[in-house]
Design a protein around this ligand. Structure first.
Ligand code: IDP
Ligand code: MG
Length: 132
C-alpha cells in the first residue's frame, strides 16, 4: 500500500473547507492513517520548499504558510501519490479544472489550499519530516 503526505494549508483552515477536502479524500477511497493540526516555521519551510528558496515569491509563500495552523495527514491507498495529485489539481489555479480541489476552491497560486507529495520518494521524506 502506497503512502503520501497531504497538508491542508492555512487558507483551507481559515475558509472552513477542511471538512469538504477531507470528505473528498475519503470518498475517493483513501485512508487517513495519521492527522494533526500544527504550526509551521520558516526553518521547516526552507526544507520542505527547498526547490523554491530562490523564487521571488518565496517570502510571500513563507508568510502565507506561517499565517495560521495547517493540518498534516498521512494518506494511504493504491497509487495514492499520483491519485492525490489528480484530486488536488495542478499548482496554478488558472489551470485547475472544476472538480479538483484547487479548481473548485483556489483563486491564487500561492494560496492553493493543499499540499501533496509529488513522488513516492518525496512522500517518504515528507512523512519523516512532519511525523518523525
Ligand atoms: P505543488 O504544491 O503543486 O507541488 P510546487 O511547485 O511544489 O507546487 O510549489 C509549492 C507551493 O508554492 C505551491 O503549492 C504554491 O503554494 C507556491 N507556488 C508555486 N509556484 C508559485 C508561483 O508561481 N507563484 C506563487 N506561488 C507559487
Ligand atoms: Mg510540490
Amino acid at each position: 500500500m502506497e503512502r503520501t503526505y497531504i497538508m491542508l494549508k492555512p487558507d483551507a483552515v481559515k475558509r472552513k473547507v477542511i471538512g469538504n477536502i477531507i470528505s473528498r479524500i475519503e470518498s475517493k477511497g483513501y485512508s487517513i492513517t495519521s492527522m494533526k493540526m500544527f504550526n509551521l516555521d520558516e526553518a521547516i519551510l526552507k526544507d520542505h520548499y527547498s526547490h523554491l528558496i530562490d523564487k521571488p515569491f518565496f517570502p510571500d509563500l513563507v508568510a502565507f504558510m506561517t499565517s495560521g495552523p495547517v493540518i498534516g495527514m498521512i494518506v494511504e491507498g493504491d497509487d495514492v501519490v499520483v491519485g492525490m495529485r489528480n484530486l488536488m489539481g495542478p499548482t496554478k489555479w488558472v489551470e485547475a479544472m472544476p472538480g479538483t480541489i484547487r479548481g473548485d476552491f483556489a483563486n491564487s497560486t500561492t494560496e492553493n489550499l493543499i499540499h501533496g507529495s509529488d513522488s513516492v520518494e518525496n512522500a517518504n521524506i515528507e512523512i519523516k519530516r512532519f511525523f518523525g
